[in-house]
Structures are given as structure tokens and as C-alpha cells.
Design a protein around this ligand. Sequence first.
Ligand code: SF4
Ligand code: SF4
Length: 338
Amino acid sequence: MKTLVKNETKPHRLRRTVQLIFLGICLFIGWRFIEFYHSCLNSAQPIAARPPGVEAFLPISALMSARYWLQTGIVHAVHPAGLLIFAAILALSFLFKKSFCSWVCPFGLLSEKLADVGRKIFRRNFSLPKWPDRLLRSIKYLLLGFFAYVISCRMSLADLEAFLESPFNQMADVRLLQFFLHPSPTTIVVLTILVILSILVRNFWCRYLCPYGALTSLAGLLSPTHIKRDIPSCIDCGKCAKVCPASLPVDRLITVYSDECSLCLECVEACPVSNTLGVSVAFTKRRVWPTMVAWSIVGIFVITLVYGKCSGHWKSSVTPQQMAQQIKELQLADPPQP
Ligand code: SF4
Ligand code: SF4
């Protein structure tokens, strides 16, 4: 007879702690960057420093730098931190599937919180029927495929270099900031629709639209770590499948190979029987404990930061004075709408 032993691990709290740490880092970077931006606009010399971590929000530029590095072996100097963070995200996905989405990305956390709002209002989140769901899930892969095709097949090395050196790329982070500081009516409408859809359907943005999510999903397919269910001790209660944000039938699988699994460990926490669900390493009987996942994720980003700083591939080659000059020119050429 199967005995029910309370599962004592609390991966949810652990994951939330890691998410909040990364959210805090992102907010700090955002605040420092806004300070830098205003100091460029309001004084002759920028008095605040530009935080290189802001380049984490420039995935297209990072994709271009990645191809440039693959072809030349050189880390392009305009957004070097962006490339290193991109590499860290890929490394994390090879190690722990698309855990970046559920443990690190602030938009992943925002999506979860919006879904919580939906559950409070409607007592549930809605899911799309199977075929629309599959069709919509392909959008993020199409977007990623489009960018990858243009960057790898339609641009010569000279084109790539010209783009990476261009004022447009140098100012990509400033343009992104202006996009959010002075949103156009269309931006506000699109963001409002996305918020409403994320309240109704769990992880709408991550599941259907985010090209970064597509990249982590594809890289995650090569990961050796998977959620594994121990059939002899499973009591078939179905709680794991019920809480899975990716709607995966965890209770009917032995190993979860799906590209949609973000290793969020909600199923592990929900399982009432100890050691029935867990993260396993392929071809071994080894279990990876939630704390190991958490420390590895933090470790990868700390190593990336230390490596970037020690190797000189962290700060942009564009000086703060050059950026200040370009920010003023941009402001004159394209003043924000009140
Ligand atoms: S299978 Fe488990 S770890 Fe994977 S997404 Fe679903 S709940 Fe999260
Ligand atoms: S939560 Fe899932 S794995 Fe755990 S006992 Fe229930 S059905 Fe089995």
C-alpha cells in the first residue's frame, strides 16, 4: 500500500526569493539608467554612471553580437554586457531548461502576478482550446525565426558591423527607455490589451509571444535536467497537473520533456508525497534539489558579472560624454510628446 508522506520542500518560496532578487536588480538598474539619462539631458557632463546591466534588455542587439562573435571571435565593444548576459541565459537554459523565464525574468514574475489577479476575480484562469493554443504558441518561434533568419542569412559581416557601430544600436537602450517613459497611444493600447490577456490566460506573453521565451525553450530541449515522476510512489492525485502553469499533464508523464516546462517546481511543491516528483539528470538517478537550482542560477549570473568586469567586456566603448551628446541630439530631433 502507498503511504502518504508530506512533501516538506518549499520550492515556491525559494523561487519567489530568487525572482525578487532579480526584480530588485532590474529596478536598481532601471533607476540608475533613468538618473544617467536625466543627467545627460540636464547637465553639461553626465554625473551619474550608465549601468551596463541595462543591455540585458537589448536581445536583438545581443543576437547580432552573438553572430559577430561566432564569426570573428571578437566581443563587440558597443554592448558587451548584453552579449555576456545573453550567453548566461543560454547557458542557464542548457542547464535547467527555460528556468530563466520562471526564476529570473521580471516579465515572468509580472505575468504570474497578473494571473493571480485573474484567479482572484474569476476564481480561475482561462485556457485556450488545444488548436488555437498550439497555433498561438508558434508565434514566438516565428518571431525568433524571423530575427535569426535576417541576422544570420540576410546580413553580411560588413552589414552587421555597420549596424553594431551605428548610433541606432549605440542608443538602443535610450530609445527603449524613451519608449516606456513617453508611450504613444498605440503603445498604451497594446500594453493594456496584453495586461488584460495576461489576467485572463496564465503566462499569455511568455507562452505565446516572447521571442526570448522561444530561445530559452529551444535551448532547453538540449538540457539534461527534467521533472521526473516516480511511478511506484505516485498516488495519482493529479495535483501536479492542476498547478502546472504550462498545463502539462505531469500526472500522466514519467519524464517531462516538454519545451514549455520552465522548471518552476510548482508541481514538485504541490505533490503530497515526498520524493515522488523532482528534477532529475538524464541517464542518471541523480536528483537536483531546489536549492541547487537556485544557487546555480544566481551563480551563473555572478560568474558572468565577474568575468565581464575582469576581462574588460562589461562597459560599453561608447563613453558617457558621447552618449550624453547623442541623447541631446535625439531629444532635439525627436522631442517626446507631452
Ligand atoms: S511541469 Fe512542473 S516544473 Fe514544469 S512547468 Fe509544469 S509545474 Fe513547472
Ligand atoms: S501530485 Fe502528481 S506526482 Fe504527486 S502523487 Fe499526485 S499525481 Fe502523483
